[in-house]
Design a protein around this ligand. Structure first.
Ligand code: OAD
Length: 246
């Protein structure tokens, strides 16, 4: 942990990549761990354009359930520590693969949502948007007048990441002095590439109780939960570094 705190203390630019593990202690399941969503649900039915075309009601039922679970969850000490981290590093970017909005609800500002969000629905044909309310998408209102269908604003398997968001994430990863990779199995590309593929100069740290395919390429692997270590890192950093006057 000391090596990471030292690197953060000296950093002018920080890039953070998060995955579902950071929300695990808010009570939300991950995808691939024990109890993970992709262990009990069929990804090709629920998270692909083909699955949506086949059975949009099934897909919306599932996202309505997920949205309800997100609404019941609260940001945890890991999300909150990242809000504080934004106040101590001048150039801070948080790219998340999560669609649970917990970073935004915690108060993080410079957030890039790589895989979309569950706050909006978008028409498959004309791109019209409508809010995806906390009460859920009414299942009799999926069809749009233009002949298309409203779908969740999520990046599904086989689809590209939003180009502007991806470009910004790539640039932030490339210019970072420190890259923090938190709570992701680092197996889903291109998001996982942000950890190690665009910058061979940064100090890269992984926070994850389990090893991942990038573990042997990082400078420091902290095998602990995010809520356990992030508040400690912040306490150590704040005792040395003054908050930035933005
Ligand atoms: P995964 O389920 O693949 O990985 C979650 C990771 O979090 C695992 O490596 C766990 O060891 C770790 N973890 C669990 N609890 C933790 C804790 N308390 N603190 C820190 N780490 C913890 O989830 P993601 O990597 O987020 O995409 O999955 C990436 C993408 O795959 C998701 O965005 C989603 C999914 O398919 C889409 O839906 C497009």
């Amino acid at each position: 942990m000391k090596a990471l705190v030292d690197a953060l203390w000296a950093a002018q630019s920080l890039f953070v990549l998060t995955g579902s593990g950071i929300s695990a202690e808010s009570g939300l399941p991950t995808f691939r761990g024990v109890g993970g969503l992709w262990r009990t649900h069929r990804v090709e039915e629920l998270a692909s354009p083909e699955g949506f075309a086949r059975d949009p009601v099934l897909v919306w039922r599932w996202y309505n359930e997920r949205k309800a679970a997100h609404a019941r969850a609260e940001p945890n000490a890991g999300h909150e520590a990242l809000v504080r981290l934004e106040n101590v590093v001048a150039d801070f970017t948080l790219a998340t693969q999560n669609v649970d909005s917990l970073h935004l609800r915690a108060g993080s500002r410079n957030v890039l949502e790589l895989h979309g969000n569950l706050r909006e629905a978008r028409c498959t044909q004309c791109d019209a948007r409508r809010p995806f309310e906390a009460t859920g998408m009414p299942l009799d209102r999926i069809d749009h007048d233009c002949g298309g269908r409203f779908r969740p604003e999520i990046v599904w398997f086989g689809e590209s990441l939003p180009p502007a968001v991806w470009r910004e994430a790539q640039r932030a990863a490339a210019r970072a002095d420190v890259i923090l990779v938190i709570g992701t199995s680092a197996v889903v590309y291109p998001a996982a590439a942000l950890a190690t593929n665009y910058n061979d100069r940064a100090f890269v740290a992984e926070i994850n109780p389990e090893a991942t395919p990038i573990s042997d390429r990082v400078d420091c692997a902290l095998r602990v939960s995010a809520t356990e270590i992030l508040p400690r890192i912040l306490a150590a950093l704040e005792s040395r570094k003054k908050p930035i006057d933005r």
